[in-house]
Design a protein around this ligand. Structure first.
Ligand SMILES: Nc1nc2c(c(=O)[nH]1)N[C@H]1C(S)=C(S)[C@@H](COP(=O)(O)OP(=O)(O)OC[C@H]3O[C@@H](n4cnc5c(N)ncnc54)[C@H](O)[C@@H]3O)O[C@H]1N2
Ligand code: MOO
Length: 347
C-alpha cells in the first residue's frame, strides 16, 4: 500500500488515506470524507468547494484488500441459511436474521476466525431464539487495508466448517403431553402444568396433539408414552414425579416405555431433575415440577432446539452447566440475561 497525492478530479473511485476536515469559523469541522472513504463523482464539487485541489489517496497494491471489501467478503463467507448481510459501514458488515428461528453459531469456526490477525466476528450467543430482522452478528477488519491472504484464510475456515452462522427455522410439530401425579389425576388439585407446556409449545407455532393424565403408576405412564408415540407425537413431555420420593416413578416409566435415556439430571437450575430420552427418534422429556413453578426453566433452553430439528445429546445437556444457573431476578428479563448463555461442549 502506498500513499499518493492526486488531483481531486482524478480521485473518483480512489480511497482517502487521511480524514478531510473543513475550515470553518472557529476551527475545523468533521466531514463525511474520512480515512478509507471511496470518492464518488458527486463528491468532486464539494471537495473543490472545500478548497481541496489535491488529496492524499491510498494506492492499493496487489494482495491488498480495502476494509469495505474485506467486510463484504467476511460477511458473505460467514452468513449461511436464514442470514443476510448489510452493506459495509467503516468496514463493519451486520448480519441479520432473514426469518424467525434458532440462531446457531459454529463456535469452533468463530474462534478460528477471531484468532486470525485483523479480523473480528462478534455474535449473539449460540442457540438464541431470534425474530426475522434481528441483528445476529457483526464482522469487520481492524486496519484500513488488510492482506488478502488473511481474508482468504477466513473464507477457508468458513468453507471447511460448512457453516458459521445460520438461523434454523422452527418446525411445526405435534406434541404429546402426559401429566403425572395421582393428586392431579384424581382431581384433588388443579393441573398447573398443562397451561405452561401448552403456552411454551404454541409460542413456536407447534401444537399439542394430545394431553393425558396418569396416576403415579409406572405401567400406566409408560403405556401412555408409547400411545403418544404411536399416535404420531413428534415430541413427548412427561411432567412431575421426577425426583426422589417413592411415588416419583416418571424416570422409570420413561425407561419402561423403551426410550433410551440420553441424560437424567441436568446442570440447569431450575431443571436439575430433568430427563431427556429418545423413543426411536422421538424426544421424551421428563420435566420436574420446577418446570411449572418457575417462569423460565430448562424447557426454555431445550425445547427451541428440539423444534429446530436438533438431536439434543448428553453432551449438549452437559454443556448447559456453564450459564445454567438462573439468577432468579425479581423481574425476569430472559432471554436478555445469563441463563443458558454458556459455551458449547469443549472436551
Ligand atoms: N429430597 C429431595 N426432594 C426434592 C429433590 C431432591 O433432589 N431431593 N429435588 C427437588 C427438585 S430440584 C425438584 S424440581 C422437584 C421435582 O419434583 P417432581 O418432579 O418430583 O414433582 P412432584 O413431586 O410430582 O410434585 C411436586 C409438587 O408439585 C405438585 N404438582 C406436580 N404436578 C402438578 C401439576 N400438573 N399440577 C399441579 N401441581 C402439580 C405436586 O402436587 C407437588 O406438590 O423435587 C424437589 N424435591
Ligand atoms: O429440577 Mo429442580 O429444577 O432443580 O428445581
Amino acid at each position: 500500500m502506498k500513499v499518493q497525492t492526486i488531483k481531486v478530479e482524478e480521485a473518483i473511485g480512489k480511497v482517502l488515506s487521511h480524514d478531510l476536515t473543513k475550515v470553518v469559523q472557529g476551527g475545523f469541522k468533521d466531514t463525511p470524507f474520512r480515512k478509507g472513504y471511496i470518492i464518488k463523482e458527486e463528491d468532486v464539487p464539494e471537495l473543490l468547494k472545500m478548497g481541496k485541489e489535491n488529496i492524499y489517496i491510498l494506492e492499493l497494491e496487489p494482495g491488498d484488500v480495502h476494509e469495505d471489501e474485506a467486510g463484504i467478503r467476511l460477511g458473505a463467507a460467514v452468513a449461511n441459511q436464514g442470514v443476510r448481510c448489510s452493506p459495509p459501514k467503516e468496514s463493519r458488515v451486520n448480519l441479520y436474521a432473514e426469518r424467525d428461528g434458532l440462531f446457531k453459531v459454529n463456535v469452533r469456526a468463530l474462534e478460528a476466525i477471531n484468532n486470525l490477525p485483523d479480523v473480528i466476528l462478534s455474535t449473539l450467543p449460540n442457540n438464541t431464539v431470534v425474530k426475522s430482522g434481528e441483528l445476529l452478528a457483526g464482522t469487520k477488519v481492524i486496519p484500513l487495508v488488510t492482506e488478502e491472504k488473511v481474508i482468504m484464510a477466513a473464507e477457508g475456515i468458513c468453507r471447511q466448517a460448512g457453516w458459521v452462522i445460520k438461523v434454523a427455522p422452527f418446525r411445526k410439530l405435534d406434541v404429546g403431553v402426559v401429566i403425572t401425579g395421582s393428586e392431579v389425576f384424581k382431581q384433588r388439585i388443579r393441573d398447573g402444568f398443562s397451561p405452561v407446556i401448552t403456552e411454551k409449545v404454541e409460542a413456536f407455532g407447534s401444537r399439542i396433539l394430545k394431553l393425558e393424565y396418569a396416576p403415579d403408576d409406572m405401567e400406566v405412564i409408560s403405556t401412555k408414552i408409547k400411545e403418544m408415540a404411536n399416535n404420531g407425537a413428534n415430541i413427548i413431555f412427561v411432567t412431575g414425579g421426577m425426583s426422589v420420593d417413592p411415588d416419583d416413578v416418571t424416570p422409570n416409566a420413561i425407561k419402561l416405555s423403551g426410550a433410551k435415556v440420553e441424560k437424567y439430571g441436568a446442570p440447569a437450575l431450575p431443571g436439575a431433575m430433568f430427563m431427556l430420552a429418545y423413543l426411536d427418534n422421538i424426544p421424551v422429556m421428563g420435566v420436574p415440577a420446577c418446570g411449572m413453578f418457575f417462569k423460565i426453566t430448562i424447557i426454555d433452553l431445550l425445547l427451541p432446539r428440539l423444534l429446530a430439528g436438533e438431536k439434543v445429546s448428553r453432551k449438549d445437556i452437559v454443556a448447559l452447566a456453564h450459564g445454567g444457573l438462573c439468577r432468579a431476578c425479581t423481574e425476569c428479563t430472559y432471554p436478555n440475561c445469563t441463563f443458558g448463555k454458556g459455551t458449547t461442549y469443549l472436551s
